[in-house]
Ligand binder design. Structure first.
Ligand code: PMP
Length: 417
C-alpha cells in the first residue's frame, strides 16, 4: 500500500482532501491553486455547487441503467443540450467513459463506414492509452514503448508546428500538407485510408495550435478521397480554448467529433458525435459498453452545460486566457530559458530550452515542482516533457490568474537564477 501511494502521489506529493473552484486543499488543509484542473477535466471548477447538487439528486433516483436496454432522463436531456452546441450535421452520439474509449469508437466507426484499414495521425498527437489509441499517439515514447506490437495501419504525418523547425506558420503548414500528400501517395493510399485523426491544439504534444489553412487542407483531401476527418476535442472542447470547440478557431468541419474531459466536470463520461448517415454504418452491438452514459455522469454533464452557459465560461476562458498569456509572457521575457509562451484560451504552455536550443525537461520539471512547493499546481507536456502548462478551471478569476503568475514568476526565478 505504501508503494501504491508513492506512485499515485507522483511529482507533487499533494493528497487532495477537498476542492472549491480553482482552489484545492490537502489533508493538512494547505491551500493550493490548482492550475491542472485534473488535466482539464474540472471545467466548472472543483465541486461547483450546481454540479454537486445535480449529481447528488441523481444518485437518489437512478445511478445506472444500461441505455441500450433502458433509457434514462439525464441522457435524453443531455443529448438535447449537446445538440445545441454541436455542429448541426453531427446529430447522433455514442457515449463511453474515457477519451481513449471514445477514440476507439471513432476508429471502429471509421473502419466500418469506409471499409478501409488505415488511419493517418499527426506528429505530437495524443489520443489515449488503450493499445489502439496509444498506437495513434506520437507525443512521447513513454506512451507507446514497451508494449509492442502496436496496432497496424497507423501512418504519421507532420503537424503544422512552427516551433519545431523555427519556421513561420505558413511554411510549417505548406510542409505539413505536402507531407500529407506524400503519405497518401506512398504509404497509405486513399483507397486504404479510413480517417485522419487530429487535435485542434496538440495537448500532451506541447500546446501547439493548428491553423485554419491546415484544417481546410484536411477537409479538402478528406472530401476528395472519401476519408473521414476525426477531430479529437477531448482536451480542447467545452470552452477550454476560449471558443466552445477548439476546432471553432479553424473552421474544422469534423465528420466525427470526439469529446470527454470537460464534458462532465470530473465524472467519467466521453462520447463521439457524427451524422446519422455515418452512425448507421455501425452495425448493432459493435459500439457499446456497460457503463457508458452513466446516469449520474449525464446529470453532472447537463449541469456543466448549464454552468458554462449561465456563467459565460467560454468568454471567461478567452478573457482570462489572454490575461494569463500576457502575464506568463512577461515572466518569459525575463528568463531566456522560457523560449515560447503559446496556446489558446485557458490552455497555455511555457516551452523550456537550454542554451543550445535543445528541449529542457529538467528545468521544466524543477520549476513545476518549485511552483507546487509554493502552492501552485501545474503539469508538464510536450514530446520531451519540456513544456509547463497552465489549465485552470474555466471559472478562474482575474485575481487567481494574478496570484498564479506571481507564484510562477518566483518559482522560475528561484530555479533559473
Ligand atoms: N485525446 C486527447 C486529445 C487527450 O488529451 C486525452 C487525454 N489526455 C485522450 C484523448 C485520452 O483520454 P482519457 O485519458 O480519458 O482516456
Amino acid at each position: 500500500m505504501a508503494e501504491l501511494s508513492q506512485i499515485l502521489k507522483q511529482a507533487t506529493g499533494v493528497v487532495a482532501a477537498r476542492g472549491e473552484g480553482v482552489q484545492l486543499f490537502d489533508e493538512d488543509d494547505r491551500r493550493y491553486l490548482d492550475f491542472t484542473a485534473g488535466i482539464g477535466v474540472t471545467s466548472t471548477g472543483h465541486c461547483h455547487p450546481r454540479v454537486v447538487a445535480a449529481a447528488q439528486e441523481q444518485v437518489g433516483k437512478i445511478i445506472h441503467a444500461q441505455y441500450t436496454t433502458v433509457m434514462h432522463r439525464p441522457l435524453l436531456t443531455l443529448v438535447d443540450r449537446l445538440g445545441e452546441v454541436l455542429p448541426q450535421h453531427l446529430d447522433r452520439m455514442f457515449f463511453a467513459n474515457s477519451g481513449s474509449e471514445a477514440i476507439e469508437a471513432a476508429l471502429r466507426l471509421s473502419r466500418q463506414a469506409t471499409g478501409r484499414p488505415n488511419v493517418i495521425v499527426f506528429h505530437g498527437g495524443f489520443h489515449g492509452r488503450t493499445v489502439a489509441a496509444a498506437s495513434m499517439t506520437t507525443s512521447g515514447t513513454k506512451f507507446r514503448s514497451g508494449f509492442s506490437p502496436l496496432m497496424a495501419g497507423v501512418h504519421v504525418s507532420p503537424f503544422p508546428d512552427p516551433g519545431h523547425f523555427g519556421w513561420p506558420v505558413e511554411q510549417a503548414t505548406d510542409f505539413a500538407l505536402s507531407q500529407l500528400d506524400y503519405v497518401l501517395q506512398t504509404l497509405s493510399t486513399p483507397a486504404d485510408t479510413a480517417a485522419f485523426f487530429v487535435e485542434p491544439v496538440l495537448g500532451e504534444g506541447g500546446y501547439v495550435p493548428a491553423n485554419e489553412r491546415f484544417f481546410a487542407g484536411l477537409r479538402e483531401r478528406a472530401d476528395e478521397h472519401g476519408i473521414l476527418l476525426v477531430v479529437d476535442e477531448v482536451q480542447t472542447g467545452f470552452g477550454r480554448t476560449g471558443k466552445f470547440w477548439g476546432g471553432d478557431h479553424f473552421g474544422s468541419q469534423p465528420d466525427i467529433l470526439v469529446t470527454a474531459k470537460g464534458l462532465a466536470s470530473g465524472f467519467p463520461l466521453s462520447g463521439i458525435a457524427a451524422s446519422s448517415a455515418l452512425m448507421e454504418k455501425a452495425w448493432p452491438g459493435s459500439q457499446g459498453g456497460t457503463y457508458g452514459a452513466n446516469a449520474v455522469a449525464c446529470a453532472a454533464a447537463v449541469a456543466t452545460l448549464d454552468v458554462i452557459q449561465d456563467e459565460g465560461l467560454v468568454q471567461n476562458s478567452a478573457e482570462r486566457g489572454a490575461q494569463l498569456k500576457q502575464a506568463l509572457q512577461m515572466v518569459a521575457d525575463k528568463h531566456e530559458q522560457i523560449t515560447d509562451v503559446r496556446g489558446l484560451g485557458l490552455m497555455v504552455g511555457n516551452e523550456f530550452r537550454d542554451a543550445n536550443g535543445k528541449p529542457d525537461p529538467v528545468t521544466a520539471a524543477a520549476v513545476q515542482q518549485e511552483a507546487a512547493r509554493r502552492g501552485l499546481l501545474l503539469l508538464t507536456c510536450g514530446a520531451w516533457s519540456q513544456v509547463v502548462r497552465f489549465i485552470p478551471a474555466l471559472v478562474v478569476s482575474p485575481d487567481e490568474i494574478d496570484e498564479a503568475a506571481t507564484v510562477w514568476s518566483d518559482a522560475v526565478s528561484a530555479i533559473t537564477t
